[in-house]
Write a protein that binds this ligand. Structure first.
Ligand SMILES: C[S@@+](CC[C@H](N)C(=O)[O-])C[C@H]1O[C@@H](n2cnc3c(N)ncnc32)[C@H](O)[C@@H]1O
Length: 244
């Protein structure tokens, strides 16, 4: 990959960084995102962190090759612990699971409360992150879907919230489980990739239900009922969407 030319998933994340922001990319791996942000002029400075030596070594080499060693710094350590409060405007956590993303956000409240914007791109369990945001004095400021090499990715932007949570926007009575799965802003704004996104989720729940039916040691009726309720809700979303 040519430095500065980001693949669609990372480019979608970069687009959500307000120009002029200092950014920390937690779990940076190759450091493509901080390098791209600095090369494009969107960020004056960026920090990339990782817990593992091999990605850190690759990131350090890439930063030198890209000629941004003065503006992109690499740090070793877990989650937000590599940062001091107020040091960055924006934190990106991309490519991790939803539960780990929430654990990282939870672990360092002093840093977390100083950040103006989180850009989160969990690979799985995005609904867990949406719930966590609502429960932890943040608000969903933006949501996006992006296709990269045939797969859809969900990108979530969260910002500090003052005051209580507004009433959920749920004109079809879908309930929080289904809305958290689909994404309230994706739903409200009718994202162009929404139908495919919902079809993918519905396919996953139908497959899980089928596996539960065939399982030798069946899970509880409660779990099956929950999956069925969600699948019905997702099917209802599809019925309400305009045909593409
Ligand atoms: C799948 S890669 C994602 C790389 C990049 N963020 C992206 O989206 O392309 C995940 C990276 O996160 C790192 N990682 C895992 N847990 C972490 C943690 N608690 N804190 C910082 N980095 C972590 C891994 O070592 C790995 O390099």
């Amino acid at each position: 990959m040519a430095f500065g030319v980001l693949p669609p998933r990372l480019n979608c994340i970069a687009d959500k960084v307000p120009p002029g922001s200092v950014v920390a990319d937690i779990g940076t791996d190759h450091a493509y995102l901080p390098i791209g942000l600095v090369l494009s002029g969107r960020s004056p400075r960026a920090i990339g962190s990782d817990t593992k030596r091999a990605p850190l070594a690759a990131a350090a080499a890439n930063i030198v090759d890209a000629g941004v060693a003065g503006q992109v710094e690499i740090r070793e350590g877990t989650g937000l612990s590599v940062l001091t409060p107020g040091e960055v405007d924006v934190v990106v956590i991309a490519g991790l699971g939803g539960v780990l993303t929430c654990r990282i956000l939870e672990a360092d409240p002093a840093v977390r409360f100083s950040v103006e914007r989180f850009i989160l791109q969990p690979m799985i369990g995005v609904e867990v992150v949406r719930r966590w945001i609502d429960d932890n004095q943040l608000k969903l400021a933006d949501e996006d879907l992006v296709e990269d090499e045939g797969r859809l990715y969900e990108v979530i932007v969260a910002e500090p919230r003052t005051g209580s949570l507004p009433a959920p926007d749920d004109p079809h009575g879908l309930g929080p489980e289904v809305i958290d799965l689909v994404g309230p802003l994706l739903l409200k704004r009718g994202h162009p990739l929404l139908r495919r996104h919902v079809e993918t989720k519905l396919g996953q729940f139908r497959k899980a239900l089928e596996e539960l039916r065939q399982a030798k040691a069946p899970r509880s009726a409660e779990v099956r009922a929950r999956y069925q309720r969600i699948a019905d809700g997702l099917a209802e979303v599809l019925r309400c969407l305009p045909k593409s």
